[in-house]
Design a binder for this molecule. Structure first.
Ligand code: HEC
Length: 302
């Protein structure tokens, strides 16, 4: 009996240590080095802080409370930090926008609800609570991303995707050197990264190794996505369909009867079970009503 108790205690202690380990792990934000160094292309001033305040009030205050007052909602775990706190202010601008982009636990991500400009303006407002903060401005000019042209093609002999990135400036064509560049293939449930994240060379080119036999659609079409991240030109995305996958004649996920499909294409077992349940319950109700009438009649006789 005693031995059993000790064993249970050891198990509980082990679970406790494991849980506290996760708790500690949950505190730091594990942010990639290149994201940390990202800076805003918008100069933070009292106007951007004011616009940021309006965005904050609408999107953040319900959880984080008033900045500097420490009145965030206490029922969440972890409690949303006061963004004037030293730990939050120690985060770089790149880390702050990364947190807004990805979210964590109860903290939602704002990548799709706020534009990049709005996200920087909220950060401008958060920074207005830090007197020691000195902004490092990014060299990115977001209006320039429209000038960029991404060309790419597949070389079947070498199994490589060759990409070239150029900008059509009024002064002439400029190649984008040393820009971060990634290749993805669109899949059912998101993007699949192909090869590593590369940087363009001195001529604005990059070469990705492409896997053989990647399943495409019936004709072997794959949708390739190139993402470029340049210090000056900002983020650029280019999408192109190429016939370089393995032709695969797989029916679409919504072509056949399946539980995730529309009512018309629900599996037979669901339709039969559901219909018979409704019928049985209906009959049962009818039976009750009939018996109630019977009781009423019996009562009238007496
Ligand atoms: C639904 C509640 C909720 C909303 C809305 C919300 N947050 Fe958060 N936020 C949290 C929680 C909870 C955390 C802590 C998450 C964690 O550490 O896992 C957090 C963490 C953060 C952090 C990291 C701070 C640090 O010191 O680690 C920042 C920065 C932040 N939020 C900014 C914002 C901004 C800006 C907005 C509005 C655009 C916002 N949050 C909206 C709940 C929220």
């Amino acid at each position: 009996m005693l031995k059993k108790n000790i064993n249970i205690r050891i198990i509980f202690a082990f679970i406790f240590i494991l849980l506290s380990f996760f708790q500690v792990n949950a505190q730091g934000w594990d942010i990639p080095a290149d994201k940390k160094a990202k800076n805003s292309y918008i100069k933070f001033d009292s106007n951007t802080a004011k616009e940021g305040e309006a965005i904050y009030t609408k999107n953040c205050k319900s959880c984080h409370g008033d900045i500097g007052k420490g009145n965030g909602i206490k029922t969440l775990n972890p409690i949303p930090p006061d963004l004037a706190s030293e730990t939050s202010q120690k985060l770089t601008d790149g880390e702050l926008i990364y947190i807004l982009n990805v979210g964590r636990n109860a903290m939602p991500n704002f990548k799709n609800t706020l534009s990049e400009e709005e996200r920087w303006k909220v950060i401008s407002y958060i920074r207005s609570f830090n007197k020691q903060y000195v902004q490092v401005l990014s060299k990115t000019d977001p209006t320039k991303s429209k000038l960029v042209k991404v060309d790419f093609n597949f070389n079947a002999a070498t199994n490589k995707v060759n990409v070239s990135v150029k900008a059509n400036e009024t002064s002439g064509v400029v190649v984008l050197k040393d820009a971060e560049i990634m290749l993805f293939v669109n899949r059912y449930f998101g993007k699949l990264q192909i090869d590593k994240t590369l940087r363009t060379d001195m001529d604005g080119n990059a070469v990705f190794s492409f896997p053989k036999d990647l399943p495409g659609d019936k004709l072997g079409n794959l949708e390739l996505v190139i993402k470029v991240n340049d210090e000056i030109y900002g983020e650029i995305e280019s999408i192109k369909k190429l016939q370089i996958g393995k032709p695969t004649d797989k029916p679409s996920l919504t072509e056949k009867r399946a539980i995730w499909n529309v009512l018309k294409l629900a599996p037979w077992w669901i339709i039969i079970t559901y219909t018979s349940m409704v019928l049985i319950v209906g009959l049962f109700l009818l039976l009750i009503v009939r018996n109630l009438f019977k009781i009423k009649k019996l009562g009238e006789k007496v």
